[in-house]
Design a protein around this ligand. Structure first.
Ligand code: NAI
Ligand SMILES: O=C(O)/C=C/C=C(\O)C(=O)O
Length: 480
């Protein structure tokens, strides 16, 4: 069976303690590779390699560093099909989604930050002719990047690329649940001749390798995406060491449909924003609020489209819904379906585990599920399910829907559908949400700040925000 290896100091190496975790294919429920169960010894080796590589990496002109990142981007594009297949097998997502979204975005992340670093300028302030103040941004040194399982290579590279572009060396840990494309990335970094130790990829569990990254005194900053509880734990561990933290956490995103919307576009995109990646994207709109005058029409059209979402083997081209990422995650989502029944919801679609035949007989498949009739303040409408489960709720006034939309501890992404420009601006401003999409969803420009308000996170990723996060500003004043 394939044994993945860590990428430390430019070499692919076994974990120091020789321990491995099973890596399961969600569509089959079968173990198909072994992941290093790394610990503090491996993190120590990775930090030493990164420290050794840092003086030369930070001294390298940004243009040259950028060329190496662009080279990695080109290699990802070259291997798109191989990486997409690996991602689909590892995560359970439809191959088509990995081919059109995950892997192209991973390539764009390297291409974008490879060039962005050259456009990263610092501020100068002339003070009444008596002093010149300017800011220099220094790389931090060795930084840690910890990513989740839902968009594995896409989110891993979203952190690594800006960290490297800004002149840092990186110790990165992908999710132990979906390690494969990060492993393949380490081979591509070798092929791109990325200098040894600049990027170190250490596999392992959260409490093992992840915790060791967060605790390591020489890792200056942590960029993390994952669950809110884990983010809280990381913040508690890192705070006494005064580490910089970027935390991209959960969401319970509202999708608000006003009666004057472009109906077809609202229905079609809402199906996508509800169920893309089996609802396992922190940006999915899991609470759909529809203005009462079009509620019944919207519901009928929405359910008609949901019925066409074919649940099937992720490797088959016709599958629109793949498997959930793991048995424990499937059980968590099923427990929320049970809770929705207990909380008085009416099941409109789905609600059951799907048992496919053949090679997928033991896979973690679930029907896309829709409830109505739930109190906007019930647990199912407040807690992050992170699966293919959405609720439909009619609303009467803008004030009412804003109160419900903002009525959770989260504030990551909101979507609203209207043709009224004034309302679009007014509602967007009133939403407590780091990202607001009007008449679209998951429309991304890598230059924009990305992240959430309230318990959805701390800090922002993307564009110059990421480059700022991965640098330390130094203010220099010259008396004239
Ligand atoms: N915001 C998002 O995109 C994501 C949200 N989630 C939410 O979180 C829930 C739990 O999912 P999990 O797989 O348990 O996510 P998680 O937050 O535990 O895992 C994310 C990453 O953090 C690492 N990690 C876990 N504990 C750590 C620690 N003590 N120190 C350092 N790193 C640590 C994991 O190994 C993984 O690489 C999901 O059901 C979902 O609701 C999960 C994944 C992504
Ligand atoms: O950057 C994006 O377009 C998507 C990001 C998604 C997440 O961060 C997530 O699902 O965790």
């Amino acid at each position: 069976m394939l044994q993945l290896r860590n990428y430390i100091g430019g070499q692919l190496v076994a974990p120091a303690a020789g321990r491995y975790l099973p890596n399961v294919e969600p569509a089959t429920g079968q173990v198909y590779s072994q992941v290093p169960d790394s610990d503090a010894q491996d993190i120590q080796l990775a930090v030493e390699a990164a420290q050794a590589a840092w003086p030369a990496w930070r001294a390298m002109p940004a243009e040259q560093r950028g060329k190496l990142l662009v080279r990695i981007s080109e290699l990802i594009e070259r291997d798109l099909e191989r990486l997409a297949r690996a991602e689909s097998i590892d995560n359970g997502k439809p191959l088509k989604l990995a081919r059109t979204v995950d892997i192209p975005r991973a390539a764009s992340n390297f291409a974008f930050f490879g060039t962005a670093a050259q456009h990263f300028a610092s501020e100068t302030h002339m003070q009444d002719g008596v002093a010149l103040n300017y800011t220099v941004r220094h790389p931090l040194g060795v930084v840690g990047c910890i990513s989740p399982w839902n968009l594995p290579l896409y989110l891993f590279t979203w952190k690594i690329a800006p960290a490297l572009a800004a002149g840092n060396c990186v110790v990165a840990k992908p999710s132990e649940v979906t390690p494969m494309t990060a492993y393949l990335l380490s081979e591509l970094c070798q092929e791109a001749d990325l200098p040894a130790g600049v990027l170190n990829i250490v596999h392992g569990s959260g409490p093992g390798a992840g915790q060791a990254i967060v605790e390591h005194p020489h890792i200056k900053a942590i960029s993390f995406t994952g669950g809110t509880k884990t983010g809280e734990h990381i913040a508690r561990t890192a705070a006494p060491m005064f580490k910089k933290l970027s935390l991209e956490l959960g969401g319970k995103n509202p999708n608000i449909i006003f009666a004057d919307c472009d109906f077809e576009a609202a229905v079609n995109t809402s199906v996508q924003s509800s169920f893309a990646n089996q609802g396992q994207i922190c940006l999915c709109g899991s609470r759909v609020f529809v203005e009462r005058s079009i509620y019944e029409r919207f519901k009928a059209a929405f359910l008609e489209r949901v019925a066409t979402l074919n649940v099937g083997d992720p490797l088959e081209e016709g599958s629109r819904q793949g498997a959930l990422v793991s048995e424990p995650h499937l059980q968590k989502v099923l427990s929320y379906i049970e809770l929705a029944h207990q909380e008085g919801g009416t099941l409109l679609a789905g609600g059951q585990r799907v048992h496919l035949g053949g090679r997928c007989a033991e896979g973690y498949f679930l029907q896309p599920t829709v409830f109505e009739g739930l109190d906007p303040e019930c647990r199912v409408n407040r807690e992050e399910v992170f699966g293919p489960v959405v609720t439909l709720t009619p609303f009467d006034t803008e004030e009412e829907v804003l109160r419900w939309a903002n009525g959770t501890e989260y504030g990551l992404a909101a979507t609203l559908w209207t043709r009224d420009l004034q309302r679009a601006h007014r509602v967007a401003h009133a939403l407590e949400s780091g990202i607001v999409w009007v008449n679209t969803w998951l429309h991304r420009d890598l230059r924009t700040p990305f992240g959430g308000m309230k318990n959805s996170g701390v800090g922002r990723e993307g564009g110059l925000e990421a480059l700022r996060f991965f640098t330390e500003p130094q203010s220099i004043t010259i008396k004239l």
